[in-house]
Design a protein around this ligand. Sequence first.
Ligand code: OAD
Length: 389
Amino acid sequence: MGNEESSPVDESVPPQTLEYRTLDGVARYIKSGKVRSIVVMTGAGISTSAGIPDFRSPDTGLYANLARLNLPYAEAVFDIGYFKENPEPFYTLAQELYPGNYRPTITHSFITLLHKKGLLLKLFTQNIDCLEREAGVPDDKIVEAHGSFARQSCIECKAPYPDNEIKEHIAAKTIPRCHACQGLVKPEIVFFGEALPSSFFENRMLPGEADLCIVLGTSLSVQPFASLPQATRQGTPRILINQEKVGGLGSRADDVLILGDCDDGVQDLAEACGWLEELEAVWATTAPKAASELGKAEQPKRTKDEKLEDEIDKLTKEVDESLNLSKWHEERVHGWQLGQAKKQPGGASPVASGWKFPHEDPQGDLSHIFFFDKAGSSSNSPKETDKKG
Ligand code: OAD
């Protein structure tokens, strides 16, 4: 973020709008009836308890784990220049990230609840997992600042590409090509080097109209999204619910920092507002059908901590394997580079000729960093970079 507001507010400075600079203070403000419109800003941290890793957490984040794909640098997987040369790493990841595999978290449902109460002015999300929609936040309340998997098109001629065909490609681990010009097809996720959607720019001043700003599960490290909280008026309370302090929040008199798990934080806030039962009821509507209804054997339920332990176990076991994979992938990439160097006019590149993904190697997928149980149930109870353009 452009961290012009980086020094923490002195504790002796009284809040301007809130009675107390605490979660209870925010709840009292909401209950007072003075709050009519809330802007919410979210990032990958709200989906980690669904089983989708975030990007920058040191051990469990995607970028720390992408080393095994032998990228020149981790963020290259979302870099348009790199994608044009080497789309496979993105498509490897796309199979894991593709919507439909995960259940929204109670944090997603908290945003739905704000909408149901007529309080949600706008949700700005950086997430591409579409879980806010799945939780029931309506389309016109969401600004998907970094795009999403909802549509896909050719990166050359921009022709739209059919939904069913991209699904087939992602499932079959093949790379889609434009029917009109043979260009690469990409979901309309905003990559580094691409412009944000116009909806972001049309709505970016909206936080200035809100009575409350809630920031959840983001490192606020990618611009221009990271500047959104600064668009709120001085005196408008801003609450950050996140594992760590980020983006200059805490520098204004009405900033409230709740450092910890966002699922816990939103439940505490809901409870303080007297909304906990409603929140649980809204979240219950997102539950997957019971395995028995789907004709599968019920799996014993595991707690979030147990799942995390499993994941860490898997990660440890994968270390040896990833060393093998790196070597395997290095050879592939090396082979591809040689192919590029030797490319004859009319010769097909490995991509055009049906390049295979690391998934096809039993050691080559990324499932070790996703909690999702492919058998059925998703597993809830989740410096400064200039992104785009
Ligand atoms: P990051 O991974 O940068 O930040 C996630 C934040 O959430 C961190 O501050 C974590 O500490 C926090 N966090 C993780 N799990 C949490 C939990 N259960 N409860 C509370 N906090 C938690 O993710 P983003 O900020 O979303 O761009 O990253 C921004 C952009 O960078 C993404 O949109 C992505 C990436 O490059 C794309 O184009 C896909």
